[in-house]
Design a protein around this ligand. Structure first.
Ligand SMILES: [Zn+2]
Ligand SMILES: [Zn+2]
Length: 268
């Protein structure tokens, strides 16, 4: 093989593998996109696989419900998050907000897998194989899951250019549908009308007060008797999830489940 052919082959190879890189560090990942992180970065993630709170789903020290849920049970039925808000999991989830939107794919796919594995009534949403057959007009009794992202104010979306919860929800609904679950997305139903102060250093009760009345259910009829999967990037105290769940239940939702990419572990 001559020099030119070798050179051409190298260029072609580079073109073919362009984009086949770890979404965290840029190292080559041959299995991309079935794997979106390299083995090193994957090893630094903090999966939420140990003991978790039976209510909000955060990592706990002992069995049962966490200290925060003991103080006040949140209005959502159950919370789930595939990762703990620590280490690389925390760094990467924050990078979505800072504009690395591609990382939303990694988290949303993991959120879909985790939720399917952990949510006890997931089969309610499974589309039977027979209904997938084009010739079949068999009526399916699968319930359609309503997916709503935790909204930002219009001003907030304008400033950032996107809402990270919507990014996650959009990918999540596709991931669930691909896995055979009936799910639909609505980004208009839940709205945030009031800008709230940054909540980083606030307690649950301070946060609850800060966001009281900030969220509004626009299409109430859509929520009636529905199971809603509320999607957000981070759960810290759970106050935002609680507030949104209260509004949605007030609009007649049957059940509100909170699914976040990461959650803050319990501190004891
Ligand atoms: Zn990497
Ligand atoms: Zn809890």
């Amino acid at each position: 093989m001559g020099f030119l052919q070798k050179w051409a082959k190298r260029i072609r190879k580079r073109a073919a593998t362009h984009g086949y890189v770890c979404d965290s560090c840029g190292a080559e990942v041959f299995e991309y996109p079935s794997r979106r992180l390299c083995a090193v970065c994957e090893g630094k993630m903090r999966p939420n696989t140990a003991k978790t709170c039976e209510k909000c789903g955060r990592q706990t020290v002992t069995e049962g419900v966490c200290l925060l849920c003991k103080q006040k049970l949140p209005a959502f039925t159950r919370g789930f998050s595939p990762f703990v808000y620590r280490g690389l999991s925390a760094a990467l989830v924050n990078r979505i907000k800072n504009g690395k939107r591609r990382l939303a794919y990694y988290f949303a796919e993991k959120m879909a897998e985790y939720w399917i594995e952990k949510y006890p009534n997931v089969e309610r949403f499974a589309i039977p194989m027979s209904a997938l057959n084009a010739e079949s007009d068999e009526k399916t009794d699968a319930e359609t899951l309503l997916i709503l992202p935790v909204p930002m104010t219009e001003k907030g979306v304008k400033e950032r250019g996107f809402n990270q919860a919507s990014e996650l929800a959009e990918i999540l609904v596709e991931a669930l549908q691909e896995k055979g679950y009936a799910a639909e997305l609505d980004v208009q139903t839940l709205q945030k009308r009031k800008e709230t102060s940054p909540q980083k250093k606030m307690s649950f009760f301070e946060r609850a007060e800060n966001i009281a009345g900030a969220y509004h259910v626009h299409k109430r009829a859509l929520c009636r008797d529905r199971t809603i999967l509320l999607v957000d990037d981070i759960m810290t105290t759970g106050a935002t999830g609680n507030e949104c769940a209260e509004r949605l239940l007030g609009a007649g939702a049957k059940e509100v489940i909170l699914l976040t990419a990461v959650s803050l572990p319990e501190r004891r």
